[in-house]
Design a protein around this ligand. Structure first.
Ligand code: FES
Length: 99
């Protein structure tokens, strides 16, 4: 996993709710949200898996992302309604995503 900024690994498991699919996931430290979502069987587009293409951009419905990508602007990061799930984590411990 490549990190553009911040810590590359969340220190604790992260709860991720895939709202559209109705799936709750626990993402362990060292695992990306993208990998956890794919392991759960959800098809997610991710071209680079390295923080730079933007294809894995996902809407955030609840929670505070920890942005580690090189795609979003500072304004988009501050707004927090979207994130790159291949590398980014969460500050809130729980995210509800539009997946
Ligand atoms: S797959 Fe390219 S930024 Fe996430």
């Amino acid at each position: 996993m490549t990190a553009a900024s911040g810590s590359a690994v969340d220190p604790a498991p992260l709860q991720v709710v895939c709202a559209a699919a109705g799936i709750d996931l626990v993402v362990p430290p060292g695992t990306s949200i993208l990998d956890a979502v794919r392991d759960a069987g959800l098809p997610v587009t991710a071209a680079c898996t390295g923080a730079c293409c933007g294809s894995c951009e996902t809407r955030v419905l609840e929670g505070e992302p920890e942005h580690r990508d090189a795609v979003l602007t500072a304004e988009e990061r501050a707004f927090g309604d979207t994130m790159m799930i291949c590398v980014s984590g969460a500050r809130s411990g729980r995210l509800v995503l539009d997946l």
